[in-house]
Write a protein of this length. Structure first.
Length: 392
């Protein structure tokens, strides 16, 4: 039978009320006390539990609002499935700040809340704080984002100087050691079924350099044998910076593949490309300080579809409606310039132009590359690593 989503307040002091508000007639207002919230329970028409098979979906989508008054605990609001403590996603990673009365659309990769891909029966929204909180949820849906939508025109990139390319050693050439590689970033580093990490691993095997990934994360859906990585869905540059020292201390990477900044440019921001790029450059320096002898391969981020967000155009002090596709190109130009300056200073840092290998036709949701597109990303990283490590 067709499964239904039944609404319930699972905190004894949580009032759940159907509301005709903002985003649609299905919106729900939740008045949650400490640790309170609500869940959508998967049942059939006979009120029998129905498992949701995780392999049919890639993302949880929903609209969220703080309502007319933004509660202090909105930053603690979390989404999860009925899979145990700790497997939750902080909604503030996707909506950094809430405006009164505003609605925000969020899509969270299921791999964040269900890393082992097991069936589940509940979608839950929890006030993870000791304060009361009112919030609104609407249009909750499980999505499969493995196919690409209709392509969106890509804005003309901002031209940037291209350094003279270094000859790339051919396949099979003996490289310096490529053990202890940390793929570091956000959901694009996690990828679809292992993402770019699959083809990069296979390519480096041909160079007999002892390829091995390191990271505190393990992705069972990765196609190749080595499934370790340091991709964290939803994390911004600042989120990575706050935890990366601990990750590096436990894994001791000799090569770091950094691709970060998508979550700083895709949603809502009060910064321009130069400001985001400055925080990104500080992260590079943080990596160098922690691992002074490591090679750091810094990737530009993939293109994004044209969506106008709240942001600050480069060179302006006031916020305005900004095209995230243009902001992405501005940010990438700053990253390239910063890395080129480090190359000129003799640092073990190299630029990997992932953006140039992709168009919006390679994205399944206007932000994330498809599984096929990750092969193009892998070729970019592979070329950069071979070029840097080809001469002992």
């Amino acid at each position: 039978m067709t499964p239904l989503w039944a609404l319930s307040g699972w905190s004894s002091t949580s009032a759940v009320q159907g509301q005709f508000v903002g985003s649609g007639i299905s919106a729900v207002k939740v008045d949650a006390t400490t640790w309170g919230g609500m869940s959508l329970d998967s049942r059939n028409v006979n009120w029998v539990w129905v498992d949701q098979p995780a392999n049919l979906y890639t993302h949880l989508g929903f609209d969220v609002s703080a309502g007319p008054v933004v509660g202090a605990a909105m930053s603690s609001l979390e989404a999860s499935l009925d899979l145990g403590w700790g497997l939750s996603a902080k909604i503030s990673n996707y909506v950094p700040s809430f405006a009164p009365g505003a609605w925000y659309h969020v899509e969270i990769p299921l791999s964040v809340m269900n890393p082992t891909g097991v069936p589940f029966r509940k979608i839950m929204f929890q006030n993870n704080s000791t304060s009361n909180l009112t919030f609104y949820i609407d249009k909750v849906v499980l999505l499969n984002r493995t196919t690409s939508p209709t392509p969106t025109p890509t804005p003309t990139p901002i031209p940037t100087p291209t350094p003279t390319p270094t000859p790339i050693p051919p396949v099979g050439t003996q490289l310096q050691s490529c053990s202890s590689i940390m793929p570091l970033g956000d959901s694009i580093t996690v990828g679809v079924n292992g993402g770019y990490r699959n083809d990069l691993y296979s390519g480096l095997l041909q160079n007999n350099c002892g390829v091995a990934y390191v990271g505190t994360q393990f992705d069972q859906w990765t196609h190749v044998a080595d499934k370790d990585h340091e991709g964290h869905s939803g994390l911004s540059i600042g989120g990575i910076a706050s935890s990366v020292n601990a990750w590096m201390a436990s894994t001791q990477p000799n090569i770091i593949l950094l691709m970060a900044g998508t979550n700083d440019t895709a949603w809502w921001t009060n910064e321009d490309g130069a400001q985001i790029g400055a925080r990104h450059n500080a992260l590079i320096e943080q990596l160098r300080t922690a691992r002074p002898n490591a090679w750091i391969f810094v990737a530009s981020i993939p293109p994004q579809s044209q969506v106008f967000i709240h942001g600050k155009p480069d060179g302006q002090n006031t916020t305005a409606s900004v095209d995230r596709a243009v902001l992405t190109q501005q940010f990438n130009a700053v990253v390239r310039s910063n890395v080129n300056a480090r190359i000129a200073a003799g640092q073990r840092v190299r630029f990997v132009d992932v953006n140039s290998a992709l168009t919006t036709a390679d994205l399944y949701d206007g932000i994330h590359p498809t599984e096929a597109a990750h092969a193009k990303i892998a070729l970019k990283f592979l070329g950069a690593i071979r070029a840097a490590l080809g001469t002992p």
